[in-house]
Ligand binder design. Structure first.
Ligand code: ADP
Ligand code: ADP
Ligand code: MG
Length: 660
């Protein structure tokens, strides 16, 4: 076994690998860029080597620097994590030449699966069912149109070198292909330095189901069942689970057998993932193989009890797999939520900034379930614009799917993040949503369930009760403090969102009783844990624990429970009466302003003062998180002023263009 491993990665996955190495008694080295000098991975690793400026092209992607770091520290092997150099056969080869072990498959297997055209051909040869389409490079638009007609619309135009949801576009007509083909080609050339394009049939509302495989250097290959990753935005996964609610035993076996056949055909000898799209009728077609550890590997670990990082290290060191296919069983159900720094209320646009507060839920056994949080950050760390905007991966296990979902919902509720925007409310909405709970998934789930985008969800009766009781408790705590402990009045009115509720409060012992005087019911709040200024209120209503995210507002509080946010006021009956007579506040007229939806770099400004523009016309491009975001006019108008110039940095809500 290795004595020392270097991790050529950062963030959450670097920390994940360190944990397994530590358990195996292997010392660790991480490399880090300027942006990661104070990172958790650097703190936890035994040694850390500085490798350059923040852009990955000048640090994490520079092979010479990784090799030098191995030399300098005497590391015998390199774990590449995912992204960066993990699927680069030249890197695996280079390490071999330097006498350093690459913890991943052999370079030939990476190369064979490295691009989508070659891997689709290999899959066909191995008898794997593939998405119908043209498995070859397409020269020009005319050929693209001809091939698309042959396949039959809709089709998907794909970059052979694509990854991470980039270089993919659906086309439903000749015109879509005429526009889409050059666009995908340009994006592929810019993002991957490889502009080869192919076209395949677009499967409508499919499910994304992938099989985890694991091989050793002695010809043994097993599969560790499937993961379903159908909840996606921009073709990128957000929620994953194992097993898949769609599969029956026969389909599971067939998919596993095909995945193993493909892995065997390319001499696969590490952990890898064979991705399929599946129809609701359980037909399935090969998409691509990822020759690395997958982001969502924790769900497989939770249902099989196998540490995939450990297995990768063992097989890289030449060990034989310690188990056979017959030894592997699915135990319960696991779900993972990717907690992203992004704004779910604005089309999931990336967000960055300092984690002013970062307070994850407790890990380990929680009720009938289990919680695991894989993170590479601590409170006070910065989510920078240079890398993936992932904050952490929250996973929940349960003996059955609904227990896993409920365990996830409770853990999300207990997670507190302040600073960058985050998708916790969105993930909560998914866990509480009926179609998700029934396991009726598809890659169009988000578009189907939130057709107008995500704007939170309306409060349920349970939400209203919890928020009412908690607001009363917080109000009493604040009032009794101001009154130096004198007993406050009992009759109040709670205004929560649109609703008005007169209440009578009493507090026998540590319990707060909230009598809803017009409804003839009482709420009993116990286990109150909150002090003024704290952002999370915890308590139990009718014996059931809950957590709320609380922000003081100009008047009252803004309270979020899961996906539902409410502004809440607790007033004396007289103030409530006056309050209701106040004219509603007019919002400032911002319709003439076009603001940057996120912090980033202005790439281009495409209009000038005095110019007339139509709704939908491109005004500017702002780049953040490696993504170019086109800012379009929301209405017709004449440009009055233009704020920043290309090359300027802008903050969220900074005015880009003002209309006359
Ligand atoms: P998964 O299926 O595990 O979600 P993704 O394709 O989303 O895999 O990518 C996993 C990681 O690798 C992400 O961090 C993503 O940004 C990165 N990644 C994937 N493909 C590329 C690529 N071609 N170039 C750079 N980064 C990539
Ligand atoms: P990447 O390398 O970016 O992960 P994939 O080929 O795995 O690219 O596709 C990413 C996602 O796009 C899939 O998970 C699936 O949701 C969708 N997708 C890809 N190909 C098709 C297809 N032919 N039909 C329908 N959806 C597809
Ligand atoms: Mg993929």
């Amino acid at each position: 076994m290795f004595g020392k491993i270097l991790i050529a990665n950062r963030g959450e996955i670097a920390v994940r690998i360190i944990k397994t190495c530590r358990r195996m008694g292997i010392s660790t080295v991480v490399v880090y860029s300027e942006a990661d000098a104070d990172s958790l991975a650097v703190e936890l690793a035994d040694e850390a080597v500085f490798i350059g400026p923040p852009p990955a092209a000048q640090s994490y992607l520079v092979m010479d620097k990784i090799v030098d770091a191995c030399r300098q520290t005497g590391a015998e092997a390199v774990h590449p994590g995912f992204g960066f150099l993990s699927e680069n056969p030249a890197f695996a080869k280079r390490l071999a030449e330097e006498g350093i072990v690459f913890i991943g498959p052999n370079p030939e297997a990476i190369a064979a699966m490295g691009d989508k055209i070659a891997s689709k051909r290999a899959a066909q040869a191995a008898g794997v069912s593939t998405v119908p389409g043209h498995v070859g490079e397409i020269a020009d638009v005319a050929e693209a149109v001809r091939i698309s007609r042959d396949i039959g619309y809709p089709v998907m135009i794909k970059a052979s070198a694509g990854g991470g949801g980039k270089g993919i576009r659906v086309a439903r007509s000749d015109q879509d292909v005429e526009e889409g083909f050059p666009a995908v080609r340009a994006e592929a050339a810019a993002s991957f330095g490889d502009d080869r394009i192919f076209i395949e049939k677009f499967i409508e509302s499919p499910r994304h189901i992938e099989v985890q495989v694991l091989g050793d250097k002695h010809g043994n290959i097993v599969h560790l069942f499937e993961r379903e990753c159908s909840i996606q935005r921009r073709n990128q996964k957000v929620v994953e689970e194992a097993p898949s609610p769609l599969l029956d035993a026969a389909t599971r076996e067939a998919m596993g057998a095909q995945a193993i056949a493909l892995a065997r055909a390319v001499g696969y000898d590490s952990a890898g993932t064979v991705e399929f799209v599946a129809g609701q009728d359980r037909s399935f077609f090969f998409l691509e193989m990822n020759t690395r550890l997958q982001v969502e590997h924790p769900v497989t670990e939770l249902i099989t009890g196998i540490d995939l990082v450990e297995q990768m290290i063992r097989v890289a060191a030449g060990e034989k797999l310690g188990f056979t296919q017959a030894d592997l069983k699915i135990d319960g159900w696991a779900i993972e939520s990717r907690i992203y720094a992004e704004d779910p209320y604005r089309g999931f646009l990336p967000s960055i900034g300092r984690l002013v507060r970062y307070d994850p839920p407790a890990e380990g056994e929680q009720g009938a379930g289990l919680v695991r949080n894989d993170a590479g950050v601590r409170e006070g760390d910065e989510i920078s614009m240079f890398y993936d905007p992932m904050i952490s991966k929250l996973a929940a296990w349960g003996p059955d799917r609904i227990t896993a979902v409920d365990t996830m919902a409770a853990a999300l509720e207990d997670f507190h993040i302040e600073g960058p925007g985050h998708n916790l409310p969105f993930l909560s909405a998914v866990m509480d949503e009926q179609r998700f709970r029934e396991g009726r998934l598809s890659t169009s789930y988000i578009a189907d369930v939130f057709p107008e985008g995500f704007h939170g969800v309306a409060p349920t009766d349970a939400d209203r009760d919890i928020v009412t009781a908690a607001a009363c408790a917080m109000h009493l705590i604040l009032v009794s403090r101001a009154n130096a402990g004198r007993r406050p009045r009992e009759d109040w009115v709670v205004l929560a969102g649109e609703a008005r509720r007169p209440v009578r409060l009493s507090w026998p012992g540590d319990t707060l009783q909230v009598e809803l005087t017009e409804e003839g019911r009482a709420l009993l709040l116990t286990d109150i844990a909150w002090r003024p200024g704290q952002p999370v209120f915890r308590g139990a209503l009718g014996g059931r624990g809950f957590a709320l995210q609380v922000r003081p507002a100009a008047e009252g509080f803004t309270i979020r429970r899961r996906a539902c946010s409410l502004h809440v006021l607790v007033l004396t009956p007289r103030s409530a009466e006056l309050h209701e007579k106040l004219p509603p506040k007019k919002a400032a007229d911002t319709s003439k302003l076009v603001v940057s939806p996120m912090p980033g770099l202005v790439v281009s400004v495409d209009v000038a003062p005095g110019q007339e523009v139509k709704a939908g016309e491109q005004l500017a491009i702002v780049e953040a998180m490696k993504m170019q975001n086109i800012i379009r006019a929301e209405r017709d108008g004449v440009v009055k002023t233009v704020g920043p110039r290309p090359g300027d940095s802008v903050s969220a809500d900074e005015v880009l263009v003002e209309f006359a």
